[in-house]
Design a binder for this molecule. Structure first.
Ligand code: HAM
Length: 413
């Protein structure tokens, strides 16, 4: 996770985004108004905090960061800053759901928001940034799915047509979907109910109903993505699960996977959100990438474990000499090296075994050399040699730089 965070921090700095921190909990109204009351995230997945008797406001843990960031934009007068205001965050989000592989109640998102630019060039810039994150994180391949869901000009007519279509199938709708039909028919398009998949195949498509302004914007996004060489698949069924979206929406899957569960990121434009939360009409676009899922697909977890393995473990022939071992390990750490002292009083053989199991590259063996030097054992290469006590830091630094071959090569010389 730390490695993914470092990649996110480096990328967003290069693209000109500034870090923002918002509270882990907000007034429920921010989520209800921003994300929409008739959404899974608010209806089913919000962790609501038990109200205290003296408090009028209701609070909930943040299920996503965009509503809170837009709230902060309004509250802190960010419309007076040069636009767009480009903000980024990495942090935990909370959604109540049945925990399962890749779906957690607390999960981490890398989030990016550009508020105050109507696009379409910035849409492409943001999508390319998401793309680059996956590349740098080592995701083997992605499928980027792209759509436009129109705006308040063209969506009402589409929604009317969609509602009529679902009314024709009302007898086949699962209970929750039937209840939502009149309140938010768009939600039926991304329903997780298996029965809905069949009904949705024939449903009218939003991209056949875009007004000229939205169609032009969508053409612009695609032209910019083409200019950048970013590949995408058009996905007219992609409406996303949050109500604030307008025009551009996108979702990213590991190559070859499409299930909602597998999405490693998603985002889109939200040109009405800032106004909805009490600000001036202000366009915005952003994305959120699920870092837990990115870890799952990259197996970076293994790489990260390696990174925490010590470069050297300090052991000694005298099982009782823990102070000597601690002193040497402390010197190595002070020099910036990853070192562990074996603080047990077990025999040397056992200390060495533990060092190997730990994934350590070297064992620094004290008190085993009659001439007073320190034995440096390369546990990976199986080589060993004597190093003068004063040279230990220098030798290990060099070995760390030349990585896995450092001492092996030196020992041969
Ligand atoms: P979202 O699609 O709800 O969008 O979530 C973004 C990503 O968070 C998902 O693609 C997935 O990788 C990850 N994710 C969501 N729920 C879970 C979970 N329960 N367990 C693990 N990972 C999960 C948003 O949240 C929007 N705020 C994105 C956005 C930013 N749109 C504009 N700006």
């Amino acid at each position: 996770m730390a490695r993914l965070e470092a990649i996110a921090a480096d990328l967003t700095r290069r693209y000109g985004y500034r870090p923002i921190e918002t509270p882990l909990f907000e007034q429920v109204a921010v989520f209800e108004r921003g994300i929409g009351e008739v959404t899974d995230v608010v209806e089913k997945e919000l962790f609501r905090l038990a109200p205290r008797s003296e408090e009028k406001e209701a609070w909930a843990l943040r299920p996503e960061p965009t509503a809170g960031i837009a709230r902060a934009y309004v509250q802190h007068g960010m419309q007076t800053l040069p636009q767009p205001v480009k903000l980024t965050m990495v942090g935990p989000m909370f959604r109540y759901d049945r925990p399962q592989a890749g779906r957690y109640r607390q999960f981490w998102q890398f989030d990016v928001e550009a508020i105050g630019d109507a696009g379409p060039a910035i849409d492409a810039e943001i999508i390319e940034l998401a793309n680059r994150f996956y590349t740098e994180a080592g995701v083997p391949g992605i499928d980027l799915r792209l759509n436009s869901i129109g705006d308040p000009q063209c969506r009402p007519a589409y929604i009317a047509e969609l509602t009529a279509y679902y009314r024709d199938h009302v007898a086949d709708l699962p209970p929750l979907e039937r209840a939502r039909l009149e309140r938010n028919p768009l939600r039926l398009l991304d329903s997780k109910e298996p029965r809905m998949a069949v009904i949705n195949v024939e449903a009218p498509k939003i991209t056949d109903h875009l007004c000229t302004a939205c169609a032009d914007h969508f053409d612009g996004v695609r032209a910019h993505l083409d200019a950048l060489g970013v590949a995408y698949t058009l996905a007219p069924e992609l409406v996303r699960g949050l109500d604030y979206y307008t025009r551009t929406t996108f979702e990213i899957f590991p190559a070859g996977e499409t299930g909602q569960q597998a999405a490693i990121g998603g985002g889109g434009r939200y040109d009405g959100l800032v106004e909805l939360l009490g600000g001036h009409p202000t366009p915005g676009i952003g994305f959120g990438l699920g870092l837990d899922r990115v870890l799952l697909v990259t197996r970076l977890a293994e790489g990260a474990a390696d990174e925490t393995a010590p470069l050297a473990v300090v052991v000694s022939a005298d099982p009782a000499a823990t102070a000597d071992r601690l002193v040497v390990a402390t010197e190595l750490r002070a020099a910036g090296l990853r070192a562990r002292a074996d603080l047990s009083t077990r025999k040397l053989g056992r200390q060495l075994e533990a060092a190997s199991r730990d994934g350590a590259h070297f064992a620094v063996i004290l008190g085993a050399d009659a001439a007073g030097g320190t034995q440096l054992k390369d546990l990976k290469a199986g080589t060993q040699r004597v190093v003068a006590a004063g040279d230990l830091v220098k030798e290990l630094e060099r070995a760390a730089r030349t990585h896995h071959h450092g001492l092996g090569e030196a020992a041969k010389r």
